[in-house]
Design a protein around this ligand. Structure first.
Ligand code: DC
Length: 234
């Protein structure tokens, strides 16, 4: 089967990651969570404070940040490692969520993450989710999806995820964090979140999870078919 790159961008908490994961599984593709990388840098920053304004300090910190993904053999889920330590849970806390947009706005940090993301997606057959995947990381991605959902729905979904992980956070606090991240992620100077003209917009507010996965899989199969017929005609 021909392989393509699928870029899924959108606001915080609109279901990008769970959709991307399920789509990757259905297609036998690799799933890559670019947000996890920014979260890992934010965690490092909380543990080893450095000035985000100082190019020198950021450069030095990045020399000590090594992010990798490894599959958990019992769950088959890709987990995030920072300097050899599994940080999959630690990067999902509210403490990291409150810090991550500031870290992700730093040009030097973005350049380092984008370089690694491009390497990871080099062989195609990848579903990557984030904010700038279709615009900056893979501007030639065969399929670009821009996902949205209203704030109330996103906050409720995030609250359920956090409570499943044992953290009971007031809905209002989650809403505020999502709204603040939307604002920062869309207004920053470096690669702000925006819908690309060639992206398919999917509003998931009133969609069942299985239906949004089906929709993206259908769009992907259509693109894969086109890639295959192009290859056989050339
Ligand atoms: O997808 P997420 O909510 O886990 O992402 C965490 C933060 O990282 C998000 O607030 C913005 C930032 N991010 C980014 O700037 N670019 C990406 N490609 C992915 C995430």
């Amino acid at each position: 089967m021909g392989k393509i790159v699928i870029a899924i961008d959108g606001q915080s908490g609109c279901g990008k990651s769970s959709t991307a994961k399920a789509v990757a599984k259905r297609l036998g593709y690799t799933y890559l969570d670019s947000g996890a990388m920014y979260r890992a840098v934010a965690l490092y920053h909380l543990q080893n404070p450095f000035s985000l304004e100082s190019d020198e300090e950021v450069k030095e910190a990045l020399r000590h940040v090594n992010i990798s993904f490894h599959q958990n053999p019992s769950t088959q889920i890709q987990e995030t490692y920072l300097n050899g330590q599994n940080v999959e849970e630690a990067i999902r806390t509210m403490r990291v969520s409150k810090q991550v947009s500031a870290v992700a706005a730093v040009k030097q940090i973005r350049e380092a993450m984008v370089a690694q993301q491009r390497k990871l997606g080099n062989d195609k057959g990848v579903v990557m989710d984030g904010r700038d995947i279709g615009s900056v990381v893979f501007p030639k991605a065969e399929l670009k999806v821009y996902m949205t959902a209203d704030l109330e729905t996103r906050a409720k979904r995030r609250a359920e995820e956090l409570s499943a992980a044992g953290a009971v956070i007031p809905l209002q606090e989650i809403k505020q964090n999502l709204a603040e991240r939307d604002r920062l992620d869309s207004s920053r100077a470096e690669s702000p979140l925006k819908k690309m003209p060639d992206a398919v917009e999917i509003d998931t507010s009133n969609l069942r999870f299985e239906d949004q996965v089906d929709l993206v899989v259908r769009l992907a199969k259509d693109k894969i078919g086109k890639v295959e017929s192009y290859a056989s005609n050339n």
